[in-house]
Design a protein around this ligand. Structure first.
Ligand code: ZN
Length: 152
């Protein structure tokens, strides 16, 4: 008789994401130092993220990563324009408002969605579309994501 064992949390969960995190972090550090992605780094990124890296680079190249700064607070939010919708990405908490993020986290895979990857690469490359708003615009601007957005 076969028994199906549910993996213990902490073992199966998170290992992939830690590796993804460190690959992405190292790539971004190198981009910040040298201004470009080296061939080795690119090979590693493709191997780690596969299609997600390709999709993320497309978003960056097409200028779909947007940084909005609010004055005078200096509060910054990141928005990635996907194929159908705009998503709010919170880099520090590795959070994104897309369905992909939701299902990955619910499935305990905790992988980075390609919007998050795109945000990191765009910021490192300095390739984001910037705009400035005033603090009084903040509530209205972020209202569409309110129900799912976590704390900054
Ligand atoms: Zn996403």
């Amino acid at each position: 008789m076969k028994r199906y064992v549910t993996p213990q949390t902490g073992l199966a969960e998170g290992t992939g994401s830690k590796e993804e995190d460190s690959v992405l972090r190292q790539a971004c550090q190198q981009i910040l130092r040298t201004g470009a992605v080296s061939d080795d780094q690119q090979t590693l990124l493709v191997k780690t993220f596969e299609k997600r890296f390709v999709e993320a680079m497309k978003l960056v190249d097409q200028g779909r990563v947007k940084q909005v700064r609010f004055a005078p607070s200096g509060r910054t939010i990141w928005i990635v324009r996907g194929r159908r919708k705009e998503y709010q990405v919170v880099p520090l908490s590795r959070f994104c408002t897309c369905d992909d993020y939701y299902f990955r986290v619910m499935g305990h895979k905790k992988q980075l969605c390609y919007h998050l990857i795109a945000q990191h690469l765009a910021e490192a490359l300095g390739n984001q579309d910037r705009s400035d708003l005033v603090d009084s615009d903040y509530a209205g601007f972020t209202a569409k994501w309110k129900p799912t957005i976590g704390p900054e």
